[in-house]
Design a protein around this ligand. Sequence first.
Ligand SMILES: [Zn+2]
Length: 78
Amino acid sequence: MKETTEKEKKRHKSEIEKMLARHEHEIDELRANCKHKKISNWQYSMWAPEHYGPKVKICENCGLVMKTEEWNLGVENG
Ligand SMILES: [Zn+2]
């Protein structure tokens, strides 16, 4: 019997949510301790799938988007 119920979908989602929550703390810690020395080249940020925002630089070690508060300053166009 193959039946994907809404309940199963919810359960599945909550598993990944739990997983992300588990790692959230580690990620926060990593970013807090990271010196952000390896910074990527400019790349498009994505505020939603397929929706590209301004170009940003991202720490290649911890994945932190650098200087998001300055998105309108010094970003390259195109
Ligand atoms: Zn970093």
